[in-house]
Design a protein around this ligand. Structure first.
Ligand code: F6P
Length: 356
């Protein structure tokens, strides 16, 4: 079926931001990002036939073994966005330092940060992966970038989004006026608006966490998960479902579609980990999208969007999704006593005592 009268990504962006200050360059940048995502989608879909699956011998700056597609996707993002005159610099999970725009191209007013292939361990088992990105204003437009330029709190983002490469390819995007969901029409090559004004349901009965880390969790997280697992007979009085895809983008997409909460909290592995997910190109964009859609994203102690970054590849605890659950987990971070790592399960504070 042809979709001749449906809004495309280009049309949406032109109508929404083209006429604003800095709008034309932002439209051009986001369309270039969409182009990169289409190419990655195609490369991912080719699987072994494209010769791009498998691991490399190299590791990224964070010591993670790189998949071939990590490196290829990084290059695709760079190639599609560096030449247009709208970015002053790029930074990604796969780069040690920010990428300055080469001399032969004009430097623009935006900074682009991205994880070009989130959840890449899923590639070889043919499970969904994604790309996620964040757009900031360059503090010194037109000049060569420095790392400090990228160290901006998530609240300052002018746009953020992700693409998910699943049974169909979707792009979910916000330019600060709600969250829009687009589906790639693979024949015409257009992202078509299929889910305008996405909202995250306020309550949920589904959570996502890597439970193999449970022995390292802090008491508020243990308490939250144990209460969910206790189901109908526990303090929550309802059964919960658990999911773990090991691709944050795919988890975020599920939460946009039917609600839920995702946790990759701080834990007590040696040395204590400040979290696993990276602030600037994973947590910040997902937090921007969540808040734009009525959900929340938190470190456990406050909004991810208020964290002042100190390093390009900084990791943060990340909890996001349905508002009621994120607020409950924040509340547990404030109010769950740490009794040498062991906490009484269901009776530590008024919330449930009173409800009982
Ligand atoms: O980039 C980090 C990431 O791949 C996320 O997409 C995902 O949520 C997480 O790591 C998976 O972590 P683990 O390997 O602990 O399941």
């Amino acid at each position: 079926m042809l979709h001749t009268n449906r809004t495309t990504l280009a049309q949406y962006l032109i109508e929404e931001i083209q006429h604003k200050e800095g709008g034309p360059d932002l439209v051009a940048l986001l369309l270039s990002v969409a182009q990169a995502c289409k190419i990655i989608s195609r490369t991912v879909a080719m699987g072994s036939l494209g010769g791009a699956t498998g691991k490399l011998d190299s590791t990224n700056v964070q010591g993670e073994v790189q998949a071939k597609l990590d490196v290829i996707s990084d290059e695709i993002f760079r190639q599609r966005t560096e030449f247009g005159g709208y970015v002053a610099g790029l930074a990604s999970e796969e780069m040690d330092d920010p990428y300055p725009i080469p001399e032969n191209f004009k430097k623009g007013e935006y900074l682009l940060l991205y994880d070009p292939l989130d959840g890449s361990s899923n590639i070889d088992v043919n499970v969904s992966v994604g790309s996620i990105f964040s757009v900031l204003k360059a503090p010194r437009p037109g000049e060569e970038v420095k790392t400090e330029d990228f160290l901006q709190a998530g609240r300052k983002q002018v746009a953020a989004g992700y693409a998910i490469y699943g049974p169909s390819t979707k792009m979910v995007l916000s330019v600060g006026h709600g969250v829009m969901g687009f589906t790639l029409d693979p024949v015409l090559g257009n992202f078509v608006l299929t889910r305008p004004n996405l909202t995250v349901p306020e309550s949920t009965q589904e959570f996502a966490i890597n439970a193999s880390n449970s022995r390292f969790w802090e008491p508020p997280v243990t308490r939250y998960v144990e209460e969910c697992m206790a189901g109908k007979t526990g303090p929550r009085g309802k059964d919960f479902n658990m999911r773990w895809v090991a691709s944050m983008v795919a988890e975020a997409h599920r939460i946009f579609m039917r609600g839920g909460v995702f946790l990759y909290p701080r834990d007590n592995k040696q040395p204590p980990k400040p979290g696993r997910l990276r602030l600037l190109y994973e947590a910040s964009p997902v937090a921007f999208l969540m808040e734009q859609a009525g959900g929340k994203a938190s470190t456990g102690h406050g909004s991810i969007l208020d964290v002042e970054p100190t390093e390009l590849h900084q990791r943060v605890p990340l909890i996001f999704g349905s508002k009621e659950e994120v607020e409950r987990i924040e509340d547990y971070h404030e109010n769950t006593p740490d009794e040498g790592g062991k906490i009484p399960l269901f009776n530590t504070r008024g919330l449930f005592r009173d409800a009982g």
